[in-house]
Design a protein around this ligand. Structure first.
Ligand SMILES: Nc1ncnc2c1ncn2[C@@H]1O[C@H](COP(=O)(O)OP(=O)(O)OP(=O)(O)O)[C@@H](O)[C@H]1O
Ligand SMILES: [Mg+2]
Length: 255
C-alpha cells in the first residue's frame, strides 16, 4: 500500500513499447521511468518521431505497453490533443456539458458549470457558439474547458497549441498556467517538440532521446511564473536544452 505522501498522479515504471516493423519489431520507447507528483506540471520534450504521442497514448490507456507499468490512482485522465476534437454539431457549451454528463453530473447543474468553465478559459458568452464560428485559439480554449470538465486530477496534453500562430499560442500559455495554478492539485503531463514552450510552462522538463525514446536528461525549472517566452531566464535554459537535444538527435544519426 502506498502512502499519501508517495502517491504520484502517474507513475510510469520501466515502460517499453515496440511495434511490428518488417520481420522484427521497432522499439519506440525503451525503459522509461517517470512519475508526476500531484499538482506538478511536467513537459516531455523530444524530436519529432521520438515517441511522445506513443507515451501519452499509453498513459491515456489508448494502447497497452509491451513491458513495464503505468499506475494512475483515481479517475481516468483528461486528454487534449493538437486537434480540438470538439463535436461540430454541438455548441461550445454543449460540448462541455457532454463531458459533465459523462462524469455523472446531474442535468440541472450542468449549464451553470459549463458557463463557469467557459469563464475560466475567458470565453464567457460563447456558450451558444457553434464550433465553426470559433477561431482556432477559441476552439482550443473550449477543448481545455472540456478537458477540465472531466474534473480529473491528471491532464494529458499532446502539442495542443502546435497549430496556433505564435501570438495566440503565447496567450494560451498564459491561460494554461493560470488555470493550472487556480486548480491547485491538477497534474499536467504535456508533450511538445518546442523547447521554449516546454520551459515556458513546466516545473520540470524531461528530454527524450530518439530511436529508441529514452529519458536522456531532465531539468527542474525554478523560474517564477508568470514567465514570458522571451524572458532572459527562459531563453538561457532553452538554449542549454536545445544543445542537449541537438546532441541527442546527432547521436542517433539523424539530420
Ligand atoms: N501504431 C503504430 N504502429 C507502428 N508504428 C507506430 C505506431 N505508432 C507510432 N509508431 C511509430 O513510433 C514512432 C514514434 O511515433 P510518435 O507518434 O509517438 O512520435 P512523436 O514523438 O509523437 O512525433 P511528433 O513530434 O511528430 O508528433 C514513429 O516512428 C512511428 O512511426
Ligand atoms: Mg506526436
Amino acid at each position: 500500500m502506498s502512502s499519501v505522501l508517495t502517491e504520484a498522479a502517474v507513475r510510469i515504471e520501466h515502460l517499453t513499447m515496440s511495434f511490428p516493423a518488417g520481420t522484427g519489431r521497432q522499439v519506440v520507447l525503451n525503459d522509461i521511468s517517470l512519475s508526476v507528483a500531484p499538482g506538478e506540471f511536467v513537459t516531455v520534450l523530444g524530436a519529432s518521431g521520438c515517441g511522445k504521442s506513443t507515451l501519452l497514448n499509453l498513459v491515456a490507456g489508448l494502447d497497452r505497453p509491451t513491458a513495464g507499468s503505468i499506475e494512475i490512482p483515481g479517475e481516468r485522465p483528461a486528454l487534449m490533443f493538437q486537434e480540438h476534437a470538439l463535436f461540430p454539431w454541438l455548441t461550445a457549451g454543449q460540448n462541455i456539458e457532454l463531458a459533465l454528463k459523462l462524469r455523472g453530473m446531474a442535468k440541472g447543474e450542468r449549464r451553470a458549470e459549463a458557463e463557469r468553465l467557459l469563464e475560466l478559459v475567458r470565453l464567457g458568452g460563447a456558450y451558444g457558439k457553434r464550433v465553426h464560428e470559433l477561431s482556432g485559439g477559441m476552439r482550443q480554449r473550449v477543448a481545455l474547458a472540456r478537458a477540465l470538465a472531466q474534473d480529473s486530477r491528471l491532464l494529458l496534453m499532446d502539442e495542443p497549441f502546435a497549430a496556433l500562430d505564435a501570438i495566440t499560442r503565447d496567450v494560451l500559455h498564459d491561460e494554461l498556467t493560470r488555470v493550472w495554478a487556480a486548480q491547485g492539485r491538477l497534474s499536467v503531463l504535456f508533450v511538445t517538440h518546442n523547447v521554449r514552450e516546454a520551459v515556458r510552462l513546466a516545473q520540470r522538463v524531461v528530454l527524450l532521446s530518439s530511436r529508441p525514446g529514452r529519458i536522456a536528461r531532465e531539468w527542474t525549472v525554478d523560474i517564477p511564473q508568470p514567465r514570458r517566452i522571451e524572458d532572459a531566464d527562459v531563453a538561457e535554459l532553452s538554449q542549454e536544452i536545445t544543445q542537449q537535444l541537438r546532441k541527442e538527435i546527432s547521436r542517433h544519426g539523424r539530420h
